[in-house]
Design a protein around this ligand. Structure first.
Ligand code: 26Q
Length: 805
C-alpha cells in the first residue's frame, strides 16, 4: 500500500476532527500528536488485516513469543520509519507549523521491562515482522512499567511510571476475546461417560482482557502484534452483594481490586529472583490466557489439536513463562480430553526455551506449598511430570540421588522452573557462544549429557534500524551515501564500509558526526545535571542495570585511580575523558544502591575540583531507559563491558554501542567474545581473567586481600573509600570487597582484575591521542557489527528452533 501526502493529510484530519472536534490547523501540539498516532495506528490496522488474511489462507506456522517483559520504548518514530512514511509526515506537519521531532518527545516510553531480556523481546518482534514471520508476542499490560528513577542526595528514589495516560494510543482492547483464569480452590475427580473429569471448585476467577499493539516490519508486508493481558474482575459476581447491601461498599469491591492488582506493576528485579506470590499470579495470568487463546484459534482453524506442533511454535523467554509446560498439558488433557502421552508429545514438540542467566540466585524456585495453594490443578500436573521423569532418571542413573534431585522439577519442597523447561522443551538455547558452553558444561550439564541434541546457541541481536538508523540519523546518512541503502535490509552489508578504512575524508566525516552527537548529549547533560562537559573529551559510557557482576564498581575504582594520578601529577598528558553512567538498581538491592551513591559522590568531588575537572568528569544520568539510551549511544566512544567473565549471558548494549562506532573496553564475557572474534585485538581493549580462570581462581580460594597487599595503590583507594574522602564513608562497599560480612568477599573479583583494567584504560588514553587511528578502530567496529542484527538471530530461531519456512 502506498499513500500520497494528500491522502495521509485527510486521514490525519479525520482523526483530529473525530477525536477533538476541531480542525488540524486549530489543534494543540498534544492533539496533533494524538491524531498522528491514531493515523499511524489506522494505517497499521489496514495493513494488519491484509497480512492476517494472507497468513490465514496460507495456513502458515505461527510463532508465539511468551515473555513477562517487552521493553518497547517509544513507538511513533519506529512505526513511521518502518512504514517508510517519516518524510511524508515530516512535510505534512511542517506545513502545519509542527516539527515532528518535537512530537516524538511527547510519547512516554513503554517501559514494560527491566533491561536486556525485555529489550531483546522488543527487538525480536521488530525482526519477526521485518522478515515476514507471523509472530505474536504475549505479555502483561502493566499499568505501571519500570519505575522512574530520581537521585536525591546520591540515593536512588523510585516513582511510579504512569505510562498509560499518554501511551495507550497504541493499545486496542478486545474485550470480547477475554479468558477466565482460575486461582486457588481445590480439585476433585469424577467419572463421566467412562472418562475421568477434573472439577475445579471454589476458585477465584480473574478475567484476562487482551490489548493489541501492532508491530510493523521494515519495508515488509507483515504487521505482527503484541498482545498484552490486563487482569479484570469478572463482574458483577465479584461484587460481594452481602457486603454491598450492608453498606460496606469498599469491602464488597475487595475481590475486584484483588483481581485487578495482578497487572498493576512490573516487578523491578533483574537477574535476581524475588519469590513473591503476586509474581506467580502474573506468570499464570500470562500463560493461561495466552495458551487458551492459542489453542482456541488453532482449533477454530484446524478442528484438531494433533497438528498443533506443525502450525504453532511457542517460545518461553526465560523461565518466567515456564508454567506453559503444565498449563498446555492441562488444557489438552482437561479441556480437550487428550491422554497423557499424546498431550506430552504435543507439549514437547510445541515448546522451546531460552535461558538468559547462569547465576543461581536468578533461577526461579517456588515454594511447593505456595504453588499448590495458588494453582492446585497445575500442581498435580507438575507432580505427574516429575513422577514420570524420576522413573526415567532412576533407570538411567540408578541411585545417584544427588543428580536426580538436581534435575527434578519438584524437589526439596520447591518447584524448579528451569527443570520444568529442561524436562519438556524440544530445544533449549543460550544467548551467546560462551553462555551456551557454560550451560552445557555446568548448570545444565546433566540434561546436556542426557540429550545433547536439544541444546543450541543463538547469539542475541539488536533491532539496528532503531539503534543505528533512527537514533543516529547522521551516521545512517553517511553510510547510505558510502555503501548504499542495502544495509537497512541486510546488516551484513555494513562490511562494505571496510573499503574506506584508509579514506581520510570518511574518517573525518565519522569524527564530525561523532562530535555532533557528543554536542547533543552534552546539551542533555547540562539540562539534566547542570554540568558542562567538553564534547571533545572522550565519551566513555557504562549504561546498563546496576548489578555487582556488571562491575560498575571496577569502573569507579579505576576512575579514582585516574583522579589520584592527576592530583599527583597535574601536568599529566592524558586526553580528557567524560565518564558517563546510567543505571537503575532493583529497589531492594542494597549494595547496588550504595554503588550509585558512590558514583554520585565521586562525580561531585571530581566535577568540582579545579585541579582535575578539565581532565576528567563523571556524570550519572538518572532514569536510564530506552529513549535515554537512544541519546547516549550515538555519542559514545568507549563502551564499558567489564562484567566478571562467565556472568553476563550475552549483553546487547555492547552491540548497540559497537554499531554506533564505540570501541569496547571489555572482558571476554558473553557476546564480547564474539565481538572480539569480529574485530580482533587491534580494535578492542581486552582485559581481565577469562571465564575458566575465574572458575579456577574461585575454587582455589579467592582472596581479595592478597591484591590489596600486593598493590599499595589499591590499598590507598580502599582507605579513601573508608575515610570519607568523597563526602561520606563507603564502608559497606569496602566491606563487600574485603570482608566476608556480606557473603563471599569481592564475589565478582573486582580486585583481581583491577591492574589489568587500569592497563587497558591507559591503552585507551594512549591510542586516543592518535585520533585518526582511534576513528579507524571505530570504523572497523561499525563495519563488523552486522552479525549482531536481530534479523540474523531471528532467522536462526526460525530455521533451527521454530522450523518456520
Ligand atoms: C524473576 C523473578 C521474579 C522477579 C523478577 C525476575 C526477573 C526479571 C527480569 C529475573 C530476570 C530478569 C531479567 C534478566 C535479564 O535481563 N537478563 C539479561 O538478558 C539479556 C538478553 O539475553 C542478556 O543480554 C543479559 O546478559 C542478561 O543479563
Amino acid at each position: 500500500m502506498t499513500y500520497k501526502n494528500e491522502e495521509l493529510y485527510r486521514i490525519l484530519e479525520d482523526a483530529c476532527s473525530n477525536n477533538f472536534g476541531c480542525d488540524l490547523k486549530d489543534a494543540s501540539r498534544l492533539q496533533v500528536y494524538k491524531s498522528l498516532c491514531q493515523t499511524v495506528r489506522y494505517i497499521l490496522s489496514k495493513k494488519r488485516k491484509l497480512f492476517h488474511d494472507e497468513i490465514n489462507s496460507n495456513k502458515s506456522k505461527q510463532v508465539y513469543y511468551m515473555s513477562m517483559e517487552f521493553l518497547i520504548g517509544k513507538s511513533l518514530r519506529n512505526n513511521l520509519f518502518n512504514l517508510r512514511l517519516e518524510d511524508n509526515f515530516r512535510e505534512i506537519l511542517n506545513g502545519l507549523g509542527f516539527n515532528i521531532d518535537d512530537l516524538y518527545e511527547i510519547e512516554p516510553d513503554a517501559g514494560l521491562g527491566n533491561g536486556g531480556l525485555g529489550r531483546l523481546a522488543a527487538c525480536y518482534m521488530d525482526s519477526m515482522a521485518s522478515l515476514g514471520i507471523p509472530g505474536t508476542g504475549f505479555s502483561i499490560r502493566y499499568e505501571f512499567g519500570i519505575f522512574k528513577q530520581k537521585i536525591v542526595d546520591g540515593w536512588q528514589m523510585e516513582f511510579p511510571d504512569d505510562w498509560l495516560s499518554l501511551g495507550d494510543v497504541w493499545l486496542r482492547p478486545r474485550t470480547e476475546d477475554s479468558y477466565e483464569v482460575k486461582f486457588g480452590g481445590y480439585v476433585t475427580e469424577s467419572y463421566e461417560d467412562g472418562q475421568i473429569k477434573i472439577n475445579h471448585h471454589d476458585y477465584s476467577p480473574v478475567l484476562a482482557v487482551p490489548y493489541d499493539m501492532l508491530i510493523p516490519g521494515y519495508n515488509s508486508d507483515a504487521v505482527d502484534k503484541l498482545v498484552l493481558w490486563s487482569a479484570k474482575s469478572p463482574s458483577p459476581s465479584a461484587i460481594n452483594l452481602s457486603f454491598f447491601v450492608r453498606g460496606e461498599h469498599l469491602k464488597a469491591l475487595e475481590q475486584n481490586t484483588m483481581a485487578e492488582v495482578i497487572s498493576k506493576v512490573l516487578y523491578p528485579a533483574d537477574d535476581n529472583w524475588d519469590g513473591k506470590r503476586l509474581r506467580l499470579k502474573q506468570q499464570y495470568l500470562l500463560v493461561s490466557a495466552s495458551l487458551q487463546s492459542i489453542v482456541s484459534s488453532h482449533i477454530k482453524k484446524y478442528n484438531t489439536l494433533s497438528s498443533l506442533p506443525d502450525k504453532v511454535a511457542i517460545h518461553i523467554n526465560d523461565t518466567h513463562p515456564a508454567l506453559c509446560v503444565p498449563e498446555l498439558m492441562r488444557i489438552l488433557i482437561d479441556e480437550h480430553n487428550m491422554g497423557w502421552d499424546e498431550a506430552w508429545e504435543i507439549t514437547q514438540k510445541t515448546l522451546s526455551y531460552t535461558n538468559h542467566t547462569v547465576m543461581s540466585e536468578a533461577l526461579e524456585r517456588w515454594p511447593e506449598n505456595l504453588f499448590k495453594e495458588l494453582l492446585p490443578r497445575v500442581y498435580q500436573i507438575v507432580s505427574e511430570i516429575n513422577r514420570r521423569l524420576l522413573y526415567r532418571l532412576n533407570s538411567e542413573y540408578h541411585n545417584d540421588m544427588a543428580k536426580i534431585e538436581y534435575m527434578s522439577p519438584l524437589s526439596g519442597g520447591e518447584v524448579k522452573m528451569a527443570n520444568l523447561c529442561l524436562a519438556a522443551c524440544h530445544t533449549i538455547n543460550g544467548v551467546s557462544k560462551l553462555h551456551t558452553d557454560i550451560l552445557k558444561s555446568s548448570i545444565f550439564k546433566n540434561y546436556y549429557d542426557l540429550t545433547p541434541e536439544r541444546f543450541t546457541n543463538v547469539t542475541n541481536g539488536i533491532a539496528y534500524r532503531r539503534w543505528l538508523c533512527q537514533s543516529n540519523p547522521k551516521l545512517c546518512e553517511l553510510l547510505s551515501n558510502l555503501i548504499g541503502e542495502g544495509f537497512k535490509k541486510d546488516c551484513m552489508e555494513l562490511e562494505k564500509l571496510m573499503q574506506f578504512y584508509d579514506d581520510a575524508s570518511v574518517i573525518e566525516s565519522l569524527q564530525k558526526i561523532k562530535y555532533d552527537n557528543k554536542v547533543k548529549l552534552s546539551k542533555y547533560i547540562t539540562d539534566a545535571n547542570g554540568i558542562n562537559v567538553d564534547p571533545s573529551s572522550i565519551f566513555d559510557v557504562q549504561i546498563k542495570r546496576l548489578h555487582e557482576y556488571k562491575r560498575q564498581l571496577l569502573n569507579v575504582l579505576q576512575i579514582i585511580h585516574m583522579y589520584r594520578e592527576i592530583k599527583f601529577n597535574p601536568n599529566i598528558d592524558i586526553p580528557p575523558r567524560t565518564f558517563i553512567f546510567a543505571a537503575k538498581a532493583s529497589s531492594g538491592y542494597f549494595m547496588a544502591k550504595q554503588i550509585i551513591r558512590l558514583i554520585v559522590a565521586i562525580s561531585n568531588t571530581i566535577n568540582s575540583d579545579p585541579m582535575v575537572r578539565d581532565k576528567i568528569k563523571v556524570i550519572f544520568l538518572e532514569d536510564y531507559k530506552v529513549s535515554l539510551a537512544e541519546i547516549i549511544i550515538p555519542s559514545a566512544e568507549i563502551s564499558e563491558q567489564i562484567s566478571v567473565a562467565g556472568k553476563e549471558a550475552s549483553g546487547t548494549g555492547n552491540m548497540k554501542l559497537m554499531i554506533n562506532g564505540a570501541v569496547t573496553v571489555g572482558t571476554l564475557d558473553g557476546a564480547n567474545v564474539e565481538i572480539h572474534e569480529q574485530v580482533g585485538n587491534e580494535n578492542m581493549f581486552l582485559f581481565g581473567l577469562k571465564a575458566n580462570e575465574v572458575e579456577a581462581l574461585w575454587h582455589s580460594g579467592y582472596n581479595p586481600l592478597y591484591y590489596v597487599s600486593k598493590n599499595p595503590e589499591l590499598n590507598e583507594i580502599m582507605q579513601m573509600l573508608r575515610l570519607s574522602v568523597f563526602g561520606a564513608s563507603f564502608e559497606d562497599i569496602t566491606n563487600s570487597l574485603l570482608t566476608n560480612k556480606f557473603g563471599a568477599a569481592d564475589a565478582y573479583m573486582n580486585l583481581a582484575d583491577f591492574d589489568d583494567y587500569v592497563r587497558a584504560q591507559n591503552e585507551v588514553s594512549k591510542v586516543y591521542k592518535d585520533k585518526d587511528h582511534f576513528t579507524k578502530m571505530s570504523l572497523v567496529n561499525i563495519a563488523k557489527s552486522g552479525i549482531f542484527s536481530s534479523d540474523r538471530a531471528i532467522k536462526e530461531y526460525a530455521d533451527n528452533i521454530w522450523h518456520i519456512k
